[in-house]
Design a protein around this ligand. Structure first.
Ligand code: ATP
Ligand code: MG
Length: 572
């Protein structure tokens, strides 16, 4: 990976903090996913930052599941998130769960109520939203805002005992309904959820803390120093500090793990948005649930598991994140850059072999050999990458498009016009004619070969204007190649009005049945596992792109995913 030329703005802050001796020179970050979906490449940007800072500055990055909403969360997601981070090559210090702090957070909420800083509101979510005001007009106070402390306590405890129906009451912080920062206008601290058990605490809790009342506290309880997130949280930062200020400091009551009042600070960078896709777990879940994609790991999805199945490597994904960098302005990244990155990384490493996508039979009429094999370099001109043996014979398959019965002078491939064409790594042939079916479709092409023209022999140096791909008919294997295109038709589906599902690209998956050379079998061997990570073999199919074997493959049916085509239209 390329060495960083300069520090990103968060690294600069960290270095400054270290110089000033802040937090006793301790660096602690966290990656805080909500286990309500699979990780996507946007998360990877956050992961590279959170884990990257800890690695670079000898700190620790913990994984914290932000599991405060049992309605959407599941252990399936907890497991997949751990696997994906591990696959990306990062190692966490500890695993924490926001739900580990439910008791402390509840106790803090009680303390807030007792100090007159929180009240139970019985209005609906809509009413509360209506009263919020606008950035220039103050909000309207809830009629429940001045409820006596004792009543608030009793009601909140009743909420927790499960005596109040979901949605009927919330606990709100009593801050300032006129604050220019809308997040200070009596934000909701707790809501009731009785309908779903929590994946870890089961039925123990009937009230659950909101993000703003859980995140900063969790950071504090763990001793996080740099709490890094995305720009939409800039406006939450004062509230993040406010809630911590209410309990930390002189009377931090032993909630800090170091017995010391280390204050976490929140820093924000720009989210990753990529063209022609969506990066919202809610929308991705909808695509999965409605069967509009084959699952979270559909190779068209921007999820880590989707990209992995597609054939993206952890290294290429991290290189991409490194290239785009971190700023404080939102923007959109061209999907072409991601594709460019994987192409670059596979270009000189993925062995090449041949598959014919639209096969037509070729008979070499004067060929009398038997059991001949052709030795072909895995990558032309790179002997270090080895060679493979290609069976050769009288009957081959070639691409239908490589033959024209009547060709003009600009067509250099096969045509019965006396022109010589080389079969890649093998002999020079000349077409002599063809057979057609009743519809005029060509069924067989006939040719003669020059036995002295074999590549790698003395006669093999003769130049032809064209070289074509081929596979030997009896030894080749039938494979299903899945070719992917962008998932959405429009550049920014999230910015469009209406139903995002109608913007799906109907041609995002094309299935082609093709004939591949025998050596593809070598890629089928059971995948080697190292440290729980499958070691995927990448290969190039000549003229078609980079591919991997798909897990849908079984003994009788070989399925390939195209990771990327060969054509790179990425312009710097
Ligand atoms: P979504 O909106 O898809 O549900 P989220 O932000 O709610 O995403 P979390 O699980 O809460 O998902 O995210 C965990 C971390 O990943 C957060 O710190 C968040 O800021 C970061 N993150 C999420 N999406 C992106 C993105 N597109 N680019 C960079 N960081 C992201
Ligand atoms: Mg979130």
């Amino acid at each position: 990976m390329e060495e960083d030329k300069s520090l990103n703005f968060i690294e600069q802050i960290v270095e400054q903090d270290l110089q000033e001796g802040k937090n006793d020179k301790r660096i602690q970050t966290r990656f805080p996913p909500e286990p309500n979906g699979y990780l996507h490449i946007g998360h990877v940007k956050a992961i590279c930052m959170d884990f990257g800072i800890a690695e670079k500055y000898n700190g620790v990055c913990n994984l914290r599941f932000d599991d405060t909403n049992p309605v959407k969360e599941d252990t399936e997601y907890v497991d997949s998130i751990q696997h994906d981070i591990h696959w990306l090559g990062f190692r966490w210090g500890n695993i924490y769960y926001a739900s580990d702090y439910f008791q402390q957070l509840y106790d803090l909420a009680i303390r807030f109520i007792k100090e007159g800083k929180a009240y139970v509101d019985e209005q609906t979510a809509e009413q509360i939203a209506e009263q919020k005001g606008t950035p220039t007009e103050p909000g309207v106070a809830s009629p429940y805002r001045d409820r006596p402390i004792e009543e608030n306590l009793q009601l909140f405890e009743a909420m927790q005992r499960g005596e109040i129906e979901d949605g009927k009451m919330v606990l709100r912080a009593k801050i300032d309904m006129a604050n220019p920062n809308m997040h200070f206008r009596d934000p909701i601290m707790y809501r009731i959820i009785t309908t779903h058990p929590h994946h870890r605490t089961g039925r123990q809790w009937n009230v659950y803390p909101m993000y703003d009342f859980a995140h900063g506290q969790s950071d504090y309880f763990e001793g996080v120093t740099h709490s890094i997130c995305t720009l939409e949280f800039v406006v939450h930062r004062p509230l993040y500090d406010y809630f911590i200020d209410q309990f930390a400091g002189d009377n931090f009551c032993g909630l800090s793990p170091y017995g010391k009042d280390y204050r976490p600070h929140q820093y924000e960078f720009n989210r990753l948005n990529i063209t022609y896709t969506v990066m919202s777990k809610r929308k991705m879940l909808q695509l999965v649930k409605e069967g509009l994609v084959a699952g979270w790991d559909d190779p068209r999805m921007p999820t880590v598991c989707g990209l992995r199945r597609r054939g993206y490597t952890a290294q290429a994904i991290r290189e991409f994140i490194n290239k785009i960098g971190y700023t404080k302005v939102e923007g959109m990244i061209d999907l072409g850059l991601l594709e460019h990155t994987i192409r670059e990384s596979l270009k000189n490493t993925a062995p090449r072999l041949c598959a014919i996508f639209d096969p037509v039979r070729l008979i070499i009429t004067n060929y009398e050999g038997n059991g001949e094999t052709i030795s072909a370099e895995n990558i032309d001109g790179v002997p270090e990458l080895g060679t493979r043996q290609m069976p050769f014979g009288k009957e081959l398959y070639i691409e239908r498009g490589d033959f024209l019965e009547e060709a003009d002078k600009n067509f250099y491939r096969l045509s019965p016009n006396g022109r010589e064409v080389r079969l890649k790594s093998a002999y020079i042939i000349q077409a002599t004619g063809c057979d057609k079916d009743e519809n005029g479709n060509i069924t067989t092409v006939y040719a003669t070969y020059d036995p002295t023209s074999k590549s790698g022999t003395e006669g093999g140096n003769r130049k032809t204007k064209a070289t074509i791909n081929w596979v030997e008919k009896n030894s080749c294997i039938d494979v299903e190649a899945r070719l992917y295109d962008r998932l959405f038709k429009v550049e920014n589906p999230s910015a469009e009005e209406g139903d995002f599902r109608e913007l799906l690209n109907p041609d995002s998956l094309k299935v082609v049945n093709c004939k591949a050379e025998q050596s593809l079998n070598e890629y089928m061997h059971p995948v080697q596992m190292i440290d729980g990570i499958a070691q995927v073999k990448h290969f190039q199919l000549l003229k078609q792109g980079y591919f991997v074997i798909d897990p849908d493959t079984d003994d009788r049916h070989l399925v390939l995913n195209r990771t990327a085509s060969l054509k790179d239209n990425w312009q710097k």
